[in-house]
Design a protein around this ligand. Structure first.
Ligand code: COS
Length: 387
């Protein structure tokens, strides 16, 4: 990463600078394993979770007694890992997102049973919210959880579930019916070995990672697996997203920084019209725009993370802005990098081609760019209440 001046910004503390330096050293020592692409994606991902757990990095993906998740550490981790490759970032982030409901709302027993193994890399976590007809419109989800003696019976399907197929447990959102819409949902832990739970379909995407459709047929879980209160599932989901949305922006930032570095190196070393490509003003304009987008994204990402860490109860607006801006701009930055690389930029497997595939889904998952605009506008409207 050529430019690290952002680490001196006041959003970050000395402990974050130490964290970033230590992580950078570890990444340098583990580069080959982190950047591996050959082989089965499930095996690669399991291996990455183990490696990240063993080195202690996953401790930062979960809450500890008296110590909430530090969102700035999450962002730094995602940014640095994404700089190297999408899969280690994915493996790190999904441990956090998948167990996020337990970190924020879990009982002491749930925290003890799930968070320690997630942080050690011994259990793989997944966040199961989306359904075929309820991705952006969470309140429309149809999966049911019917209260029975001693627990709940789950019926329905979830789709686009990251870590689907390799996760040891899923944080699942289902309709318990206390009220219509958003007020009638609850969150549950479902262990992957629960009878009635199966993987209905594996999904292959342009930047491969474990992804699946899940099926629940008369899947019975104990009452102790409820996360938060009955009917509070929507709030649980949104609070988890408030924490993790800014980190999606951080991953996009890591991709964008890599694209900028790749493009600037290429422009410096490639000769065109008898001089370095860098000498062309049009290329300089591209690089300047890319650097501007990277810095502006970083400001929004670390502003959102700092706001959450500073104890602001809701950072809905800040997190939505960080995710929207950083992911959309990273797409633009990477596209310019591909352009600067010319024909080489679309050769399968070269870093900018990989980045081009990696970035696309970040503008869709954990709330598409359009949803972030709705969220920001609603937060804005609250400040202009009619008099
Ligand atoms: N934190 C805590 N509570 C929240 C919240 C948040 N971030 N956002 C909303 N709530 C609360 C609201 O305050 C409201 O409760 P009250 O009526 O008591 O005030 C309740 O939840 C319902 O909120 P709202 O009316 O905004 O719900 P909508 O169904 O209209 O929400 C959007 C619409 C689009 C904002 C929401 O569904 C969303 O974010 N969707 C995208 C989800 C997503 O990321 N999907 C991808 C799947 S995960 S990969």
């Amino acid at each position: 990463m050529a430019d690290t001046t952002y680490l001196t910004w006041p959003f970050l503390e000395d402990r974050h600078r130490t964290f970033a330096a230590d992580l950078k050293t570890w990444i340098g020592d583990n580069k080959a394993a982190l950047d591996a692409h050959d082989g089965d994606v499930d095996d690669l991902c399991r291996g990455l979770v183990k490696r990240l757990g063993k080195a202690g990095w996953l401790q930062h993906a979960v809450a500890h007694p008296g110590k909430p998740i530090d969102v700035r550490s999450l962002c730094l981790a995602r940014e640095h890992l994404a700089y190297v490759s999408g899969l280690p970032d994915f493996a790190f982030a999904m441990q956090g997102l998948g167990s996020g409901a337990i970190s924020l709302f879990g009982t002491q027993e749930q925290r003890a049973s799930y968070l320690a193994p997630v942080a050690a890399g011994h259990k793989i976590a997944a966040f199961a919210l989306s359904e075929k007809n309820a991705g952006s419109d969470v309140a429309a989800l149809a999966m049911t959880a019917t209260p029975v003696d001693g627990g709940y019976v789950l019926n329905g399907e979830k789709t686009w579930i990251s870590n689907g197929g390799i996760a040891d447990f899923y944080c699942v959102f289902a309709r318990t019916g206390e009220a219509p819409g958003a007020k009638g949902l609850s969150a549950f832990i479902v262990d992957a070995n629960t009878p009635g739970f199966t993987i209905a379909e594996r999904i292959t995407v342009s930047a491969p990672h474990p992804l699946a459709t899940l099926s629940f047929k008369d899947c019975r879980i104990p009452a102790a697996n409820l996360i938060g209160g009955r009917g509070e599932g929507f709030k649980v989901a949104m609070s988890v997203l408030d924490v993790f949305r800014a980190t999606v922006g951080a991953a996009a930032l890591g991709f964008a920084r890599r694209a900028l570095d790749e493009a600037a190196n290429r422009a410096t070393n490639r000769q065109l019209f008898g001089a370095p490509l860098f000498d062309l003003q049009m290329v300089q304009a591209y690089l300047a725009e890319m650097a501007l987008d990277v810095d502006a994204s970083a400001l929004l990402v670390y502003r959102a993370a700092w706001a959450k860490d500073s104890g602001q109860p809701r950072v809905t607006r800040e997190a939505a802005m960080a995710k929207l801006y950083a992911t959309d701009q990273a797409q633009t930055v990477i596209d310019k990098a591909v352009q600067i690389f010319g024909g080489l930029g679309v050769v399968s497997g070269v870093p900018v081609e990989r980045l081009y595939r990696e970035i696309r889904s970040l503008r869709i998952y954990e709330g598409a760019s359009e949803v972030q605009k709705v969220v920001i506008a609603r937060q804005l409207a609250a400040g202009y209440a009619q008099t």
